[in-house]
Design a binder for this molecule. Structure first.
Ligand code: ATP
Ligand code: MG
Length: 459
């Protein structure tokens, strides 16, 4: 019953308290936040901030870390003790990783390193307000987040991706998930299903690389009795069993060409014809597919049908490697730890600071899966209240990611190389192209292939 939307949102105007001992920055932030429709209160010191919170609690506090007198972390602790559900975002110009770890471990909602992007700050504030325990009357009131509960994240990269996922879920568009192994593609496929109107229908996952070619056809399309030797009974097939729901085609890049043609027909005509049958059956489903391969490259090599690619790739979501979202590491590690303590019947409180630093700095070629494996091994071996660095470092040695196939290793190298170049050139494509010794058009095509956009590197 949300017919009183407008009045409601006026009453619930979002109230932010901004704390900084630099008056110019404080003014700048107020102007920016007010322009975005927030009600802003300011404080020049942590002490003043505490008085303001007591007078009129805001929905979120944004504070500088380094301040004369009480600093941002101490302010957070005071606020957290008296108003535990009030989210606090910390800004730091001197953002070192250990600071950030300390902060997120203590329960700070988020931290941003200065200079920060205005849009990122606004997004973070919105997220804090919508998740904070203070008000439920934020925009879109009663919006459920159950669909994304399994996905642990706090990075802006993942939040942005989840926002996009929610939007496409609401449509019926085909989604192609790209990302290195262990980045959470399957988890995201499920989230898209849960966020869609098909959530009560089936979610059927098929790993196209794991099923041998001759079997895959009948697994997917089904067959009638006697369709081939050994087909003693009729079988509906996975496509039909996903009717009304979502079909997740994992490792779609490994699907044989003959089956690609057959799948394309299903997507075009919304009908399936089981092997040996004269008739096709109508089927209504949404397809989410995933691959760690570069499909455009596979098309160029003649291994993948271009027309099928366009059908599958209506919306593309790219899961960033864990090394591009290090702020998710403490959250994932602590979550994993809590869950695994239950499994192993242990009561470990967390990671020692040096251990967490090690986790934060590792390169994680196997991404979230590899991180969770390291956490699991650490929990299994640890008998102390805090996991010491020695256990984590042993677990990391014992849990190497699998060696990559050459193609994949080359692709990753190229992407990392381009990312470094674009970062160095601050998003200036011409400059980056010159550094790489390529012409601009060629270079632009290259970064596009890796889904890197110049704007993401602009300061
Ligand atoms: N954001 C996340 N929060 C919690 N768990 C995650 C997250 N991302 C991945 N995981 C966990 O990591 C493991 C790997 O995730 P998933 O299977 O979805 O990855 P994938 O991209 O499909 O990998 P692959 O390409 O190797 O199949 C799973 O156990 C999953 O639950
Ligand atoms: Mg997978």
């Amino acid at each position: 019953m949300n017919t009183i939307g407008i009045e409601h949102s006026l009453q619930d105007a979002r109230h932010v308290l901004v704390v900084d001992d630099d008056p110019d920055l404080l003014r700048l932030m107020s102007i920016r936040l007010e322009a975005a429709g927030y009600i802003v209160t300011t404080a020049f010191s942590a002490e003043e901030a505490l008085r303001r919170v007591a007078d009129d609690p805001p929905q979120v506090v944004v504070t500088d870390l380094r301040m004369e007198g009480m600093d941002g972390l101490a302010l957070f602790e005071r606020i957290h003790a008296s108003w535990p559900s009030l989210p606090v975002i910390i800004l730091t110009a001197h953002g070192t990783i250990p600071d950030a770890v300390e902060a997120t471990r203590g329960g700070v909602f988020g931290y941003l390193t200065k200079p920060f992007d205005g849009q990122v700050l606004l997004a973070e504030i919105d997220r804090a307000i919508s998740l904070g325990g203070h008000h439920s009357g934020n925009t879109g009131g009663g919006e459920s987040t159950a669909w994304r509960r399994a996905i642990i994240s706090r990075s802006t990269a993942m939040e942005e991706l989840l926002r996009k996922a929610a939007l496409v879920a609401a449509s019926d568009a085909s989604v192609l998930l790209q990302g290195d192994s262990g980045t959470g593609k399957e988890l995201m496929a499920r989230a898209v299903h849960l966020a869609s109107t098909r959530q009560d229908g089936p979610f059927v996952a098929v790993n196209c690389a794991a099923i041998p070619e001759p079997l895959l056809e009948s697994e997917l399309f089904g067959h009638v009795k006697g369709a081939y030797t050994g087909a003693s009974r009729e079988r509906a097939g996975l496509i039909l069993s996903a009717a009304g729901g979502t079909l997740f085609l994992d490792e779609i890049g490994d699907m044989p060409l003959t089956l690609q043609a057959k799948l394309l027909r299903v997507l075009q005509e919304h009908r399936v014809r089981p092997i040996g049958s004269e008739q096709s059956v109508s089927v209504n489903l949404r397809v989410v597919s995933a691959t760690h391969r570069d499909l455009q490259e596979e098309i160029a090599k003649g291994n993948f049908r271009e027309d099928l690619f366009y059908r599958l790739n209506v919306v593309r979501l790219r899961l960033p490697p864990l090394s591009e979202r290090r702020e998710d590491i403490p959250l994932l590690a602590n979550h994993g730890l809590a869950r695994l303590c239950g499994k192993y019947g242990k009561s470990i409180r967390g990671f020692a600071p040096k251990a967490m630093e090690l986790l934060l700095q590792a390169s994680w070629p196997g991404n979230v899966r590899q991180l969770l494996n390291v956490v699991e091994q650490s929990v299994a071996l640890c008998n102390a209240p805090l996991v010491p660095v020695s256990i984590v470092s042993d677990a990391m040695q014992d849990t190497p990611s699998q060696p990559l196939p050459l193609e994949e290793a080359k692709r990753r190298f190229e992407r990392d190389y381009l990312t470094d170049l674009m970062r160095a050139a601050e998003g200036n494509v011409s400059l980056a192209a010159r550094l790489a010794g390529r012409n601009r058009t060629e270079f632009y095509r290259l970064i596009q292939r890796h889904q890197l956009s110049p704007t993401q590197f602009k300061p």
